[in-house]
Design a protein around this ligand. Structure first.
Ligand code: MN
Length: 331
């Protein structure tokens, strides 16, 4: 997993375990992510929203898609051609392989091997998210996630914004015992801050645990807490609820989080790879339809009208192709 991983973890700053007596968050819900096809037909696993972890438990997050890990054959890699978004943020973190983005405002970027693109769609934007031509041609390993972060009503109309968070900018710290690596992508953990700037208080971490490692970290009591297992297996909470690749976890209230890696890992990567995230819940009504996430049905109707009349932007001429049959009207 080339997502930034230093040779030595023991020289990193360490996050102290909370003292005894701090309430550790219990495991409330486990979701085994179903597989489905996104965009032009690439497979994702989606732990939330799901029956087990709905909008209420995920709040302030809306959706998590786990893309891969997959070894693409030549010509097989697919992406998501031009489409709009309004009312939230899309966060794309690529651990292996690469993704390319272009948008209707002339922005975009190339993200690979531990880079994150944090896109605030806000009032509305059109973009595409595609594997680079070289990856399509030769095939190869691809592994990433896309996380949707909600915006409160007062921020849904904010102008679109990009943050390109390069792998080298990610804040690296270790567990108290030095057997877990924590990559802080956004927000704060125990006084350490990641590079991502968030509109509402949010923390997003990619943790790697050596076999048998036990990670116990402080977690703000006013945040929710979610975990998703990218690969490997282990357990969560102090009651050691077993979890494996493709499972999401919603924790209950408390002031710390505990994750333990299996002592007998199987597969090519012996580490437990897990995403940890949480934030202050927004607690507003959600009206969601496809690429739009607003507060009311009327907001969604307006989003469709605005998209179809080009008020969210238009596909830049250099990217127009005969395949863009659903391109918004320019007139
Ligand atoms: Mn998108």
């Amino acid at each position: 997993m080339p997502a930034i991983t230093p040779e030595q973890w023991t020289t990193l700053q360490r996050v102290a375990e909370p003292p005894p007596g701090v309430a550790d968050r219990p495991v409330e819900r486990i979701s085994t992510a179903p597989s489905l096809l996104e965009g032009a037909g690439f497979p994702v696993r989606r732990p939330w929203p799901s029956q087990q972890i709905g909008f209420r438990e995920a709040d302030p997050f809306l959706l998590l898609d786990h893309m891969g890990a997959v070894e693409y054959a030549p010509g097989e890699a697919k992406g998501a051609p031009w489409h709009p978004h309004r009312g939230f943020e899309t966060v794309t973190y690529i651990m292996d392989g690469a993704f390319e983005h272009h948008d209707s405002q002339g922005g975009g970027g190339y993200i690979s091997n531990g880079d994150t693109q944090w896109m605030t769609a806000g009032a509305g934007i059109l973009h595409d998210e595609m594997p680079p031509e070289a990856l399509v041609r030769t095939g190869g390993l691809f592994h990433g996630i896309q996380l949707w972060v909600n915006l409160p009503q007062r921020l849904k109309w904010t102008p679109p914004r990009y943050q390109s968070l390069e792998a080298a900018q990610v804040t690296l710290v270790a567990s108290e015992r030095g057997d877990a690596l924590l990559r802080i992508i956004a927000g704060e953990l125990a006084g350490y801050s990641g590079p991502g700037v968030t509109w509402t208080p949010i923390t997003v971490i990619h943790a790697s645990l050596e076999p048998d490692a036990r990670l116990c970290i402080p977690w703000p009591e006013n945040f929710n807490a979610l975990a998703y297992v990218l690969s490997g297996s282990g357990s969560v909470g102090t009651t050691n609820v077993l979890v494996r690749e493709g499972q999401g976890v919603a924790f209950g209230p408390g002031a710390s989080l505990t994750v333990t890696a299996s002592s007998s890992p199987s597969g090519p990567n012996p580490r437990l790879e897990v995403l940890l995230m949480g934030g202050v819940p927004i607690r507003e009504p959600i009206a969601s339809y496809g690429p739009f996430v607003m507060n009311t049905h009327a907001d969604i109707v307006q989003a469709f009208e605005d998209y179809q009349s080009g008020r969210m932007g238009t596909i830049p001429a250099q990217y127009l192709s005969p395949n863009d049959g659903d391109a918004p009207s320019h007139t």
